[in-house]
Design a protein around this ligand. Structure first.
Ligand code: ARG
Length: 568
């Protein structure tokens, strides 16, 4: 039984509105004083041209309520507030979580295809902290969609093509021997890139040479291809270190270069629409009528293709290969314009309407370091691998201080350090800029990854102390009717709903906040209620609830991409 559904059913009996629609209006109030579920009447008020409060009262008067399900209904402001029968809620939650290691998993996504384009770093450039956010947010969405039954494909759209490779190839041809590319590929290539950029600024001829190189690469010139492949292999080896630390997984590594032979078709289709115009020798599509000031460049004046053209080819390819219902792109908001442009131009490709509707840029905010923003060209870089290693070391120090006798500190420190970084990326609504502050992200008492892990470990140690896990038949609901237990039970009940909300808004922070709330609810429960007590029956119930909290915290954190230590 789903309470939202139940409430919607009750309401629908007296209303000309579809149950599903009613259900979609129902919210879970932030403050449990306002009930367990609430129905806001503001939208109906507009439709029916009546005051929300009046509507709420009318609905309430007509509703026949079974108090074994709903204890009471109240009208407050423009809301109907529903209070679920505590006994029933308790029984329902305990039964559902019993023996269910995949609590919250569902099939609602069955038959739907989701493509998630995330991480997507650039070859021969540092894997920067923005790519970390993309990797972490995209990874969490990937896990959650999958858990809800969607057929999910994760794509690492590597930046392995484009004019910058013409530059890198030129740098390599000129000074390749001076750099230790095999030993420290990204750093050395970055240095070379800075140098060649400088040379281009000083000498137009060098720039011309670079452009020529990229053209040759596009024409599959053997020499240029060989150098490019070397850059790619070495870079991927470096990136893999970060992916290993984060536990990232991709189903496809088709990057920009993969589309090199698929762009011609796109250009031909676009040519046929008559929308391509020549501007200073380049082929562009004007988007002013669509409210976009900057035109989309399809082909540069020297005949080279662009980032945009490759993305257009990718859209076409993904529609055919994955038949996607939703295609998500995880990048920082710096690329909002780019995606607006290509989604607009994609309408000209003659694809089914479904594929246009499914395109979704999922932008996120910047990560600000105390030293400001980072840029490759000026060479102001933090290496991500170093950052993750530092997180682990810092976590280890804290653990050594708190729990010197802990076994396998290394393994725990890795889970805590990486978990802290991951959670920090997900804790706030993604569009917000985030400041990366070590003390904050590793604070065990703050709203952090380590706090969630710490709470989980606490549930484990309670279970260890109890020394047994009670059977569900032993649990009497009467022992869990207090405020603190109920707060936990209500949260556990809404877990699947939270996951669904994440996919509706492509916002993993909803799950991150939820886990913080659940952990806090458990902390209050732990502080206010004696779990291990003389009263066996009460203890059984509380131990059982504790185990349930641990289970949900673990499933939730794993979905975000965090690992849980058993001790810390
Ligand atoms: N490589 C790009 C960057 O680092 C991100 C690619 C995002 N995906 C895409 N299909 N454009 O900025």
């Amino acid at each position: 039984m789903k309470f939202k559904q139940e409430i919607a059913n009750l309401m629908a009996k007296n209303m000309p509105i579809d149950t599903k629609e009613l259900e979609s209006y129902i919210e879970i109030p932030k403050d449990s004083k306002n009930g367990d579920f609430a129905f806001p009447c503001f939208r109906l008020a507009k439709e029916l041209k009546k005051a929300p409060q009046q509507i709420a009262n009318e609905i309430k008067d007509k509703m026949e309520i079974d108090n074994k399900v709903i204890e009471k209904v109240e009208v407050l402001g423009g809301y109907l507030n529903f209070y679920i029968n505590k006994q029933l809620l308790t029984k329902k939650v305990l039964t559902q979580i019993e023996n269910n290691e995949q609590y919250g998993k569902s099939k609602i996504g069955e038959g739907k295809n989701i493509v998630i384009d995330y991480s997507s770093p650039n070859i021969a450039k540092p894997f920067h902290i923005g790519h970390l956010r993309s990797t972490v947010i995209g990874g969490a969405l990937y896990n959650i969609y999958k858990y809800l039954g969607y057929h999910t494909t994760g794509i690492n759209h590597l930046g392995d093509y484009g004019t910058q490779f013409g530059k890198l190839i030129e740098g390599y041809k000129l000074w390749g021997k001076e750099y230790h590319i095999e030993k420290d590929p990204i750093n050395e290539l970055t240095k070379m890139y800075i140098r060649i950029n400088q040379a281009c600024k000083e000498d137009e001829k060098v720039l011309e040479q670079c452009r020529e190189n990229f053209k040759k690469l596009e024409q599959k010139d053997e020499d240029c291809t060989k150098i490019w492949e070397k850059f790619k292999t070495l870079s991927l080896k470096e990136f893999q270190k970060v992916y290993d630390l984060l536990g990232s997984h991709f189903d496809s590594w088709n990057g920009e270069a993969f589309y090199s032979d698929k762009m011609q078709e796109v250009i031909e289709i676009l040519e046929k629409t008559g929308k391509i115009i020549e501007s200073q020798g380049a082929k562009i599509i004007d988007l002013e009528e669509q409210g976009i000031d900057t035109p989309c460049i399809i082909e540069k004046s020297n005949g080279s293709t662009t980032y945009a053209t490759r993305d257009l080819a990718a859209i076409l390819y993904r529609s055919r290969t994955y038949d996607y219902d939703k295609a998500l792109y995880l990048t920082s908001y710096e690329q909002v314009l780019h995606f607006k442009q290509i989604f607009e131009v994609a309408k000209l490709l003659g694809m089914d309407e479904k594929y246009i509707k499914g395109l979704n840029h999922v932008p996120f905010g910047m990560v600000l370091l105390p030293t400001g923003k980072m840029s490759t060209r000026e060479g102001n870089i933090i290496k991500l691998e170093d950052l993750l290693t530092e997180a682990i070391q810092r976590a280890k120090k804290i653990i050594e201080g708190k729990n010197p006798s802990l076994e396998s500190k290394e393994g725990v420190a890795k889970k805590v350090g990486i978990g802290a970084v991951i959670f920090n990326d997900l804790a706030n609504s993604r569009i917000k800029d985030e400041v990366f502050d070590w003390n904050q992200i590793l604070n065990f008492q703050g709203e952090t990854g380590p706090y969630i892990q710490y709470t989980y470990v606490r549930t484990k140690s309670v279970l260890e102390k109890a020394g047994y896990l009670p059977k569900i038949e032993q649990i009497k609901e009467e022992n869990l009717l207090d405020e603190y237990s109920q707060n936990i039970l209500k949260r556990i009940d809404s877990f699947e709903d939270v996951l669904i909300q994440v996919t509706q808004k492509d916002e993993p922070s909803i799950l991150a906040r939820y886990l913080i709330d659940l952990a806090k609810a458990f902390s209050s429960f732990y502080n206010e209620n004696k779990i291990i007590t003389e009263e066996k029956e009460l203890q059984d119930a509380r131990v059982y609830l504790t185990a349930s909290v641990g289970k949900v915290l673990k499933i939730g954190a794993n979905l975000l991409g965090m690992e849980m230590p058993d001790k810390m």
